[in-house]
Write a protein that binds this ligand. Sequence first.
Ligand code: AOF
Ligand code: ZN
Length: 343
Amino acid sequence: MNFINQAFEEALLAIGVSYPNPAVGAIVVKDGRIVGKGHTQVVHGPHAEVMALRDAGEAAKGATLYVTLEPCCHYGRTPPCTSAIIAAGIERVYFAHRDPNPLVFGKSEKILAEAGIVSTYVEPSPEFSRYFEAYDYFVKTKSPFVECKMAESADGFIAREDRSPVRITADMANAWTAKWRRMAEFILVGGGTALADNPHLTVRGVSGNSPCRAVFCGSQVLPSTLSLFDDPQKKTLVFSRNPQPHLEGIAEVHLLPSQDFTENWKCVLDTFASLGVHRLAVETGATLAQGILNSGLWNRFYILRSAKTLGTGLSWKTGKEPKYQKIENLGEDTLWTALNPIP
Ligand code: AOF
Ligand code: ZN
């Protein structure tokens, strides 16, 4: 793996931890060897570069820094990373993305150049470069980038009629799902899915963090024993039309104001926006998929379509369907992608 992608591996550890700050990773390389690494800490904490430089210590002198985002050059909640880079004696900087923050955009190259440090853009893998589309979108719109995903059988069913467990997609699609989940700060399911499948929504089999979890209920009441509530360190958000007092202490319940799906969905997105969540992953069932598609308030819609048929089951196609622009093979399954051309 090249060094910038290794810096992204570090950045993965900040996703779901550093927001509203972007999740950034940095590595310090000397004589072809990694001598320091770090990622963005919780807000008010040090940035990725500072963590990596601290980790490298004296070895940073004369070394090269690979960082996934252009280093900051302003006093925010923390001092400028450009100053830390110069003070540490770094000779060369490679970065994978310009920071859309107007306080930073394009400025650090000049500041580093004045100190005799050349900094150059370097391209990461397509999977990793996708990370910043959500950050850029958030900086521009102050809203989370909403990605929905669902799996359906070759004959268009998403579950058995009685909701009993059934595996729709195969191994490659499941690995894709894990990599998709690790790029989002939050993952959300509908109350129906939470009750029927009791999902964990964790990242398994690949590096990176599991996203924080959220449930969008209609009038459903969720038992406190659900797997979604198994991490007291990271309280699951529950959006609900009922107060659900039995969840106090294990979840954060947000009351939904309306009978109307779109009104409620706006309220959910406003909550994530105010938390500084850049990417929201939504694993939709039929109700949530239709509600979100009707609201128009989504950015990307993925369907994992299995080669297998179920013969009979639950269908989600009762209204609007997204227009798919791309179809890719994922082993025996296919991935269908639709982008919503909203701002
Ligand atoms: C970096 N490295 O790891 C991150 C950066 O208020 P502060 O001081 O924490 O600065 C936040 C801003 O810094 C944030 O809005 C974004 O422009 C940039 N994030 N920059 O050099 C990092 N997370
Ligand atoms: Zn910084």
